[in-house]
Every structure is written in C-alpha cells, then in structure tokens.
Design a binder for this molecule. Structure first.
Ligand SMILES: C[C@H](O)CC(=O)SCCNC(=O)CCNC(=O)[C@H](O)C(C)(C)COP(=O)(O)OP(=O)(O)OC[C@H]1O[C@@H](n2cnc3c(N)ncnc32)[C@H](O)[C@@H]1OP(=O)(O)O
Length: 639
C-alpha cells in the first residue's frame, strides 16, 4: 500500500480545526510536510469558522522531527537551499503568534523538530508515556526551530541542558510551556547542517537502519520465530554478560557450566551485572529481581530439551567447541538454533562434527555483552535464512544492533581491527613511545589507545588467538614479542591490575614506567629501528601508521564480500570498536581522507617498513580509478 504523505485539516462543528501530519512511519518533517503545515495554518487563521486549532500526528506518533533524509541530500549535493525556511515563518508567525488557541496533541513521540513544533503551540496535551526530546546533537546539529530558546523557558535551564546536550528524552508526564525564537539561531543551524560532523552522524544514523535489511533474509516473506528460552554455555565474562542481556529482555535463560564452582561464579556475575545497573540508576530493584528469577543455572543438558537457541560462550578452543556442538545437536529440539560466540574460529570447523550446519550461526557479542550494542551475526554458506532472521530479531529484542557478516577468520570487526594493535607494536619497536601512541589515538577520538585496549581485553587473549591470525594472514602479521615479554613480567592487563598501565580501584589508569624496560627488550629482539635509532614521527603520522593498515584490511573485507555494504563496517566500527561516530565510521572516514592519499602513504610505508603496510588490491584499484571505498562493487558477495 502506498504511503499517505501530507497534512490534512478537518474542521468540526465545534469550530476546532484538527491539523494532522501524515508521513509514516514517524511523521518526519519533510519539505512537503512543512509547506503543508504552513498552508493549513494560514487557512485555519483566515477561516472564520475556525475558533481553535489542534495539531497532531497520524498513527499514534506526533513527529520524529525534521526529515533526516534532507540532511543527507544536502550532504550529497552541497545545496543548503534544500533546507526549507521554516523557523520564523511557520513556528513563530503562523503558530506561536496565531490569534487562535493552538494546542498540540502529542502521542507516542515528539522528537527534534517535532517537539519544537509542539513547543510553538500555546499548550500541549500528551498521552501518557510519550517520548519527548531534542536529540539533534546526536546528528551533529542543534535544535533549529527554536528549541534551544523555548525548552529552557519551559523546563528550566538545568533540565533543558540535560535534554539538549545529552540528547536525553523525557516522558510526557513532565509537561511544558511556550517560549520565543531568534533569527540568528536559524543561521547557526544551517551552518551546522553542512558541517563534517553532521554529515558523519547523519550517515551513521542511516547506516544503522540499513543493517536491518539483509537480501534474501528480510525480503523473502519470512517471519521471526519466538525465542522464549535460551541456553548459554559458559558462565565466564562473555557468557554471563550475554545471559544478563537476555534476562533484561524477559527471556528465560539456562546457564550451563561444567562444575558447581564455575556455575556459582557465572550466576554471581549475572547478579553483579544486574546490581551494577541498579546502582547506576539504569534498572529498578524490582526489574532486576524479576530478571534474575528467570535465570536457571545447570550442570547438565536436561533443560536443553525445549530451548529455542543455544549460545555457546566457552574459551576459544576448537576441539572443545566441536564436542559441545556435537552434544547439543543431540539434546536440543530440531528447531533450536545453535550459535557460537566465537570471535575468531571458523564456524564451518566448529560445526564439522554435526549434521546441523543450516542452524549453526555466529552470535558474536562484544564485551561487556550486556552493555555493548553491536551483535555480529556470522553466517556460513549453509546457515538458513530463517536462522539469520531469528537471530536478528532476538538481537533487536535485547536492544542490540545486529550486523550480518560472512564467515572468515576474525569475521568483520576483529579481522578489520587486528592491524590496529599490530601497527602499534611495530611503531613501539621502531622507537616510538607507547604512551604517546595511546594519547594520539585518543585525541583522534577512540576512547582507548591500542595499549590500554590490550590491557582491558587481557593480554592472555591476544596470545590465544595469535596463531590463528598468523596462519590466516601470513606476511600481514608483524611478529612482535612484546605481549609475550609483558606476560612474563606478570602483567596480564587490567584483570590483575598491571599491564602497560597500573590499575588501582577508584583512580585512573597510570602509565607504568617500569614497562619501558620490557619495551627495550622487545626492541632489541626485533631490531627494526633504522640504524639502531628511534624513528621520528609526527602525531598525524602515528594516526596514519595505525589506522591506514586497518582501512587496508577493511578493503579486503569489502573485496571478499564479508559485509553486505560498506556502511555496515561503519556501524560495526562505531559500535564494536568505538570508532568515533562523529567521523562517520571507518570507511566513511577513509573516504573523507581519500583512497588515493591512503594508498600512496601505505605504498611508501611498505617500501620503508615492509609487507605489513602493503596496499591491498581493492585499495589500489579504488585509488587509481578515483572511486570511493564505499562504492558498491557489482560482483559477487559472500553473503
Ligand atoms: C530542526 C530540528 O531541530 C532538526 C531535527 O529535528 S533533526 C531530527 C531529530 N530527530 C531525531 O533524531 C529522531 C531520529 N529517529 C529516531 O531516533 C528513531 O527513528 C525513532 C525514536 C523516531 C523511532 O525509532 P524506531 O521505532 O526504533 O524506528 P526506526 O527503525 O528507528 O525508524 C523507523 C523508520 O523511520 C525513519 N526515521 C526515523 N526518524 C526519522 C527522521 N527524523 N527523518 C527521516 N526518517 C526518519 C528511519 O530511517 C526508519 O526508516 P526505514 O524503516 O526506512 O529504515
């Protein structure tokens, strides 16, 4: 059925004109809606039978705000005149200054420009639990229809600051009143729309929505099956985090461990996760209690007879995983999805000893799983569309952003980012100070530099997957002895309070200067400093030497069709690696820098420092054809 888009006005016998915005699904304020609103308000103003006006939205939602597609169009064309002149004419002259009483009837949500329209009315009535907010800063712009002025007058400066600067929405129960507008602000708004930050954030907004469209999965008429009971195998950091995320969305969880001691530890971790959310005010005690009551710890497979999905989250050991999958294939019902939370191991190998390859899938959560929003869904050539759809639906239900990717070592995120720490190790062995590297990378916008990130993940994990990467990636590996030397000195990372940094409760991580002797030892062993002297690099060069190899690997991921579209890697890098969203994600950023520049830099670096920096074929092609990295390839995809 075609979407009904437009603004209607119905005048009742009581003299009340009801003006209704219709632009499904969220009644966004497209140009045609804004001009429709102007026309209707002018009409209502002039008609003598109209005594009062009610402004509302169709379909249970007032309005999700200005049409973000217009921002994207402006970014594509550079034509700012596409932005409708709206602030003064509609919001001030026609609405706020209207001689007829004007009431906003808000239901569902009033966000951004939607809330601003409501605030320009003389009064607002709202259905309970409507969501009211000004989330413009998440898109890199400010409220452009006078919200920055009107909101503080209605809710007070402190609350308005909270709502605008932190993009926090509030419920309709909190109530508002009217304010004024100034012309200058409309100019600032327009300037911000054209800013790189707004372009990047708008890109991420749409990129995130695009992940929910998977060819041959979401467009073939399949319906997701209900997931009522899920088993998680392994109660460690990942397993207990995954269990917590499921429980928070009212899904019954069976947590399996191999002995009572580990089981108790796993159950306690889930409890601690829930308590943490309560103490940070993110969850009520009641809800935490209810969630915890839906957890059942077990030591055998009896409870697996009626589960809808199993998520295996044990250590990265191929044989152990193969045996587990062989066992669960026997004890679970035939419809049950068999998922692994592996971050590295090929799923075909995990499922090798089963006859259930159509229901084997990767459910790669990021740590801590109850807080991080990315869910990498890894499909093999044999995974059925129904299984992928079910896992996507489960991911959404537990408030994750599922991104469907193909099967390869490290999948999309870990594979793309494995050169991140490798390059950092190379720089250190070339004589660059490791704490400087971390600080340059955090200034670029990542929350943690490569060494602090390594501390957080734990250096033991790096060692565990090292060989798998070395086998798969050959000369793209820089064999650094640093991690092994670090572990020898008892520095496992944050987990035992010591890594490159010292971790003490209640204080920020402090650089551990004693680690410099470990670094010296590593430098001696690798002996790659030209002429035995430390290289001299600028901060910009550090960023390039660390992130361009990441872009290079991303090019291989695109070339092999591991992701459906380039923007999926943007979402995955932002949500999985905390790549700054205001840079639009990894590929968006690389396209801003320019494939030609990246190619030429990597080529020069590979001539000086070897194969680790060698530009990939995809990057070379894009650079020489003047194409963006994000432009889709016409040929095959692995998905
Ligand atoms: C002048 C002003 O000050 C400037 C502004 O108003 S800027 C805009 C401010 N508004 C926002 O940032 C709100 C953005 N939207 C959202 O946060 C969420 O979409 C929402 C809370 C409204 C709804 O969430 P949810 O129900 O989960 O649905 P969601 O999948 O996100 O959106 C449904 C569809 O509406 C689209 N959509 C949502 N808000 C939109 C908007 N403001 N403009 C254009 N399209 C929008 C989405 O792209 C999606 O399209 P698709 O189905 O084709 O993928």
């Amino acid at each position: 059925m075609a979407k009904k888009i437009g603004v209607t006005m119905e005048v009742g016998n009581d003299g009340v004109a009801v003006i209704t915005i219709s632009n499904p699904p969220v009644n966004s304020l497209a140009s045609s809606i804004i001009s429709g609103l102007k026309a209707k308000f002018q009409d209502a103003d002039q008609r003598s039978d109209v005594k009062a006006i009610v402004l509302t939205g169709n379909g249970g939602r007032f309005s999700g705000g200005f049409d973000i597609n217009v921002f994207q169009e402006v970014h594509k064309t550079g034509d700012i005149s596409l932005m409708p002149e709206v602030s003064i004419d509609l919001v001030s002259n026609l609405m706020e200054d209207s001689r007829k009483p004007l009431v906003a009837a808000v239901e569902g949500l009033a966000l951004g420009g939607g809330l601003e329209l409501a605030m320009a009315c003389h009064a607002r009535v709202a259905a309970p639990k409507a969501q009211l907010g000004l989330p413009e800063l998440t898109l890199g712009v400010i409220p452009g229809f006078g919200g920055t002025q009107r909101l503080p007058r209605l809710v007070g400066l402190a609350k308005a600051t909270d709502m605008i600067l932190l993009s926090k929405s509030i419920s309709s129960e909190e109530g508002h009143k009217l304010g004024l507008i100034d012309a200058l602000e409309a100019e600032v708004f327009k300037q911000l729309v054209l800013s790189d930050t707004a372009k990047a954030l708008v890109h991420v907004f749409f990129a995130q929505r695009a992940t929910s469209k998977v060819p041959n999965v979401t467009d073939v008429g399949l319906k997701p099956r209900p997931m009522k009971k899920v088993a998680v195998i392994g109660g460690g950091l990942m397993g207990s985090g995954i269990a917590t995320a499921l429980l928070l969305s009212n899904i019954r969880v069976v947590l399996k461990e191999i002995n009572p001691e580990y089981l108790q530890k796993g159950v306690k971790s889930v409890e601690a996760n829930l308590k943490g959310l309560v103490s940070r005010g993110k969850l009520t005690q009641d809800k935490a209690g209810k969630a915890f009551s839906m957890l059942k710890g077990v030591l055998d497979y009896t409870e697996f007879k009626d589960v809808d999905m199993v998520i295996e989250a044990v250590i990265e050991n191929i044989q152990l995983k193969q045996n587990i999958f062989k066992e669960i294939e026997k004890v679970c019902p035939p419809h049950c999805i068999l998922a692994s939370n592996t971050s590295t191991i090929d799923l075909n190998i995990i499922g090798e000893k089963t006859n259930s390859n159509d229901r084997i899938v990767g459910a790669h959560f990021f740590s801590p799983a109850h807080l991080m929003t990315l869910l990498e869904i890894v499909r093999t050539e044999k995974t059925s569309a129904q299984v992928i759809l079910d896992l996507m639906a489960l991911g959404k239900a537990i408030k994750k952003v599922p991104v469907v990717v193909g099967n390869c070592v490290g999948f999309a995120v870990n594979r793309t980012f494995f050169p991140y720490s490798q390059a950092a190790h190379m720089l250190v062995n070339l004589g660059v100070d490791l704490f400087r590297i971390d600080s340059v990378i955090t200034s670029f916008g990542l929350p943690l530099g490569p060494f602090q990130l390594g501390d957080l993940a734990g250096h033991g994990i790096g060692m565990a997957v090292k060989d798998i990467y070395a086998k798969a990636f050959g000369d793209r590996i820089f064999a650094s002895p640093l991690t092994e030397l670090l572990l020898k000195t008892g520095r496992n990372g944050k987990i035992n309070g010591r890594g490159y940094y010292i971790y003490e409760k209640g204080s920020k991580p402090k650089p551990d200067l004693q680690v410099l002797s470990v670094v010296e030892e590593s430098r001696k062993l690798t002996n790659i400093m030209p002429g035995g002297k430390a290289i001299s690099v600028t901060d910009k060069e550090i960023v390039e030497m660390i992130l361009f190899p990441v872009v290079n690997e991303a090019c291989r991921v695109l070339d092999e069709g591991v992701v459906i579209r380039a923007s999926d890697l943007d979402v995955a890098s932002v949500l999985g690696m905390s790549f700054p969203s205001y840079r639009g994600g990894l590929i968006f950023w690389a396209d801003t820098v320019g494939p030609k520049y990246i190619y030429e830099r990597l080529k020069r670096l590979s001539e000086t420092y070897g194969g680790f920096f060698k530009p990939s074929r995809y990057l070379e092609e894009r650079a020489s054809n003047g194409m963006r990295l994000s432009e889709p390839k016409s040929s095959r995809s692995r998905l």
